[in-house]
Design a protein around this ligand. Sequence first.
Ligand code: CAA
Length: 399
Amino acid sequence: MLEADTSSEIDDRLGAMLGTSLPPAHAKLQQICREFADEVLIPSADLHDREESYPAKIVERLANLGLMGILAPKRYGGMEMDNLGLTIALEEINRGCASTGVTLSVHNSLLSGPLLHFGTEEQQKNFFPRLASGEALGAYAITEPNHGSDAVAIETTCRRDGDDWILNGTKAWITNGSHAGIIITFATVDPALRSKGINAFVVESSMPGFSVGKKEKKLGIRASDTVQLVFEDLRVPAANLLGEEGQGFKIAMHTLDGGRIGIATQAVGIAQACLDATVKFAERHEMFGRKLADNQLASNKIANMATRTEAARLLTYRAAMLKDAGLPHSREASMAKLSASEIANDAARMALEVHGGAGLGRQNPVERLFRDAKITEIYEGTSQIQRLVISRHVRPDRG
Ligand code: CAA
């Protein structure tokens, strides 16, 4: 595990914040992910988007690089990196392909995160080796057809039956759902108990009563897998209860605090990709007898994109570093996600404006980036939910 207790390590982490240097392990991980994005993801992202096909071969290659176990303990085959490391890796992957980015983010952050924090040694021993090696893909199932933002209102039920729990219900919009082997799932003993009635389970897709429902066709991140999951008398061993009975909602929220840093990171990656594409285009194209990049309207947009992307990156690093330090980070994670997702959407709009008609063409990456950016304002808590979380933190006596 990276330890932040030597002065040089602290200097390096400060350097990460200031954009001057990274701790060596982080710099190496960044390099690996950067090369993978440039050599593999950027050339194939448009094809996967057009075919709306889950990039199974690419996920296999991510596993070979060890990226399916970024947070997982070394003793179970993982890299045992911290959240700053995860953030740095995810930015590069998302810069290359946001569909691959969310696949990796959900796996590492929404599944490894709670397993690390709330899982027993037995559960970690059981699940981490398969997750870290990429043998099993992870998913996180809280949303239901009738309940998204109001997560407390979920209707999927769980009841104890001897050494098992029996789950019934339908989960919706589940990233990685049809390919996942291991899914963190939330269900209630009684909806009337609201947050106090919710339990968290580690479900395996091989368990009797588990099936995959409707596949969603989406505006963006089209190569990521998004489906409904159906539980019909799904039998889950009691040993797969994550945390204590009744603690499920807090586990869900704690996990989303980390997940939101992951989506902020995705937004930073998309914003950076928009900036890169725009600079490249503006350097190559001429208008009114000079390079587009020398045109003040285009250079203003480029400057705004660069400055805002950097600001979003710093907010995101800060949230990750607070999490690594074991400090409260719910407010900062929401601020990072709110800000970075708006910046990514603005960057995509500005990129299109600089590209003009060329940006509308399917052959141009900014058309995909424009569609991919939108989801960052919606999943893992809409921008309205992030504002609710932030405002509650700045008004602690809101009642
Ligand atoms: N960490 C730990 N505990 C927390 C917490 C946190 N961040 N936030 C709240 N809690 C606790 C509260 O302290 C409270 O506990 P007590 O009753 O003991 O005091 C309990 O949880 C209930 O909290 P609230 O009263 O704040 O609950 P609420 O109903 O008012 O709503 C909410 C909270 C913030 C609106 C929440 O429902 C929410 O975040 N909604 C958005 C859901 C969401 O983000 N869904 C994303 C789906 S996952 C996804 O998109 C993944 C994917 O596929 C990519």
